[in-house]
Design a protein around this ligand. Structure first.
Ligand SMILES: *Cc1c(COP(=O)(O)O)cnc(C)c1O
Length: 369
């Protein structure tokens, strides 16, 4: 379809159309090397085959065997009692906030956290809570910061009831916590009656690097969000994990938010396939991200390259270059990325970013030296 900013037809809209309407001047996004996000992947033929063959039912009545199987599989993997399949990671995070809090409570999180930066402020809308935002290297917070952030119980202070950690931290550049860093925070929360939730949209990117097991991370949190549609390559889907009691509440809140799904087992089948096939290979994405960063570091106008720990590369360009001007140059070479500020650019590597594409991008970066 035509790619004109602001005007796209509603019928037959595809993901490319949406991105085209956002990057309105690009006519042939299908031929581009897309490093905008690890959400841009499409189901492989093998994944689609599994989806077509899925046994499905009405999940609002808990009669979709494939969703039940996915929920059981992921709960077991992280050592949790139960799981809930949801349309998005925003929904799993928002449900978690809702079941951990009462209106007027406060949530403690990093200032760059997805729940604050990228979920439309919806913790206030869905749950009537506020946030205390903490600074911290690479998107991570420490137990001392959490201790200092808890309010004394006066009539006029919000009640601090939930701590949210993000692993890997997205806006902070894909950095990850190891279990030893989380343990003191988890212990403090348990000792002081606070809930602790993990926004693990990219938890598998963290785990393949840290060597921690899902169960070791699972025991540190009350609830965990896991996304299937980021690095794992499924088209849709996230899971919330926790105790039976919490997931019973969560199921109700999901329905109230409009997230009760019917024959969504076709999507759950993609998730099962993704978990069975696309976890270990995340290391390849991390290797490519490091190679991109190393090549970019040699480019004279690239500065302040953030450490690459997983699949996210963030750096600044120096004047007279701007993020916008460099993105334009990249586009001329078939490469798409996003700006994270006037001088800041982000690349994300993923399953559909092939070796051949990688070679092409590296060749281009080397031509800039
Ligand atoms: C992508 C992401 C989410 C969930 O986003 P959805 O687009 O709603 O699936 C949550 N947390 C982090 C850190 C993310 O990167």
């Amino acid at each position: 379809m035509e790619c004109t900013v602001g005007t796209f037809s509603i019928s037959k809209i595809t993901f490319e159309d949406l991105i085209c309407s956002y990057f309105g001047h690009i006519q042939n996004i299908k031929d581009m090397i897309n490093l905008i996000s690890d959400t841009v992947t499409k189901p492989s033929k093998e994944m689609l085959d599994v989806m077509f063959q899925a046994e499905v039912g009405d999940d609002v009545f808990r009669k979709d065997p494939t969703i039940n199987a996915l929920e059981e599989k992921v709960a077991l993997l992280f050592g949790k009692e139960a799981a809930l399949f949801c349309p998005s990671g925003t929904m799993t995070n928002q449900i978690a906030i809702n079941i951990h809090t009462q209106p007027l409570d406060e949530v403690i999180a990093h200032q760059l956290s997805h729940i604050h930066q990228s979920e439309g402020g919806s913790y206030a809308f869905h749950s009537g809570v506020s946030v205390t935002l903490l600074p911290g290297e690479r998107g991570k917070i420490t137990v001392d910061q959490v201790k200092a952030a808890i309010k004394p119980e006066y009539d006029w202070t919000p009640r601090s009831t939930l701590v949210v950690l993000e692993n890997t931290a997205n806006i902070a550049g894909g950095s990850f916590y190891k279990k030893e860093e989380i343990k003191p925070i988890a212990d403090f929360c348990r000792q002081n009656g606070l809930g602790i939730h993990l926004d693990g949209a990219r938890i598998f990117n963290a785990l393949v690097e840290s060597g921690d097991t899902p169960a070791q991370i699972g025991e540190l949190f009350d609830t965990i969000s896991v996304c299937l549609s980021k690095g794992l390559g499924a088209p849709v889907g996230s899971l919330l994990l926790g105790s039976e009691v919490m997931m019973k509440k969560a199921r109700r809140i999901r329905k109230i938010m409009g997230g009760g799904m019917r024959q969504a087992g076709y999507l759950a089948a993609a998730g099962i396939y993704a978990l069975d096939n696309n976890v270990e290979r995340l290391k390849e994405d991390h290797k490519k991200a490091k190679e991109l960063a190393n090549a970019l570091k040699e480019v004279p106008f690239v500065e302040n390259m953030r450490d690459v720990e997983t699949n996210i590369v963030i750096f600044d360009v120096s004047a007279p270059h701007t993020a916008a001007s460099f993105l334009q140059e990249l586009e001329k070479h078939n490469i798409l990325a996003v700006s994270f500020g006037p001088q800041t650019i982000r690349f994300v590597t993923h399953l559909d970013y092939s070796d051949a594409m990688h070679a092409e991008v590296l060749t281009y970066f080397r031509s800039l030296v």
